[in-house]
Each structure stands twice: as structure tokens, then as C-alpha cells.
Ligand binder design. Structure first.
Ligand code: FES
Length: 141
């Protein structure tokens, strides 16, 4: 199990939160908003490259939940809904939408929010989470 690293980038209005260990490298962020998300830049997230609304729209498309956001005026808040939905992604992970508690095989308990992607191919180096390996190995169900 890897550490819960979290990095934040703010434009003063909103803050984009990135959890690298949750990222499944779907590439949706940098293909959708290349002026903000550029893996070749340091830092790789430049929030000045888009409006707050554009940032929110793109971050909401993150399939793994590695990217989230909050309004600085409201602070970090839990999602309003406690509803949990599970989605089996074609040739990829199982995605859990909602707040969940994961109990690892060593007994450690971890809280996850919004979206959690669980490995279904069996090849992730960050089990039980998907790390995008299914895409590299072209895993098919
Ligand atoms: S399903 Fe993504 S790494 Fe296994």
C-alpha cells in the first residue's frame, strides 16, 4: 500500500487537488485541457491556464478521482450524497463513485472520496487500486 500523497494547486478561487497514487493515467486531463495539465512541465498543473469553470469541468471528468477540486471560500467539504455506485469500466477497473472505506489485507483502513478505481486486471503495482497498467498491457476482459 502506498502513501496518501496529495498536492494542491490554487488560483485563489478554487483549488485543484491531485493524488498521484490514485492516478490511472487515463490522459483525459492533459488531452482535455493542455494549457493546464502538462506532464512535461514542473509543476505539471498550471491552474493559471484556464478559468475556474474550465478547471472544474475538466477535473470532474477524471475517471479515477485522482483530481478533485474545492472552492477556497467553502474549504474542503465532503460530498453531499452518501449514495455509492459501482461501474465496471470496459477492459479496465471497477470504479466506485461515492465515499467508501477500504480495509486492506493488512487491516489498515483508508477513507476514499468521490471516485475510487479498483484493479480488475490483476496487474496493478498499487493494488487494490488501478494504476493504469491495464492500458499498457492492453488487457481485455
Ligand atoms: S484494472 Fe487498471 S491496472 Fe488493473
Amino acid at each position: 500500500m502506498s502513501a496518501n500523497i496529495s498536492k494542491e494547486y490554487t488560483n485563489g478561487e478554487i483549488t485543484v487537488v491531485w493524488k498521484p497514487n490514485t492516478c490511472i493515467h487515463s490522459e483525459k486531463c492533459w488531452r482535455g485541457l493542455p494549457g493546464v495539465f502538462n506532464p512535461k512541465s514542473k509543476p505539471w498543473i498550471q491552474v493559471e491556464g484556464a478559468t475556474a469553470e474550465e478547471l472544474i469541468a475538466q477535473v470532474e471528468k477524471c475517471p479515477s478521482g485522482a483530481l478533485t477540486w474545492y472552492r477556497n471560500s467553502e474549504g474542503k467539504q465532503k460530498p453531499e450524497s452518501s449514495e455509492v455506485k459501482i461501474e465496471v469500466f470496459p477492459n479496465g477497473p471497477v470504479r466506485i463513485h461515492g465515499d467508501v472505506e477500504i480495509t486492506h489485507s493488512n487491516g489498515a483502513v483508508e477513507q476514499r472520496a468521490k471516485i475510487t478505481a479498483l484493479c480488475r486486471c490483476g496487474h496493478s503495482a498499487n493494488k487494490p487500486y488501478c494504476d493504469g497498467t491495464h492500458k499498457k498491457i492492453e488487457w481485455r476482459e
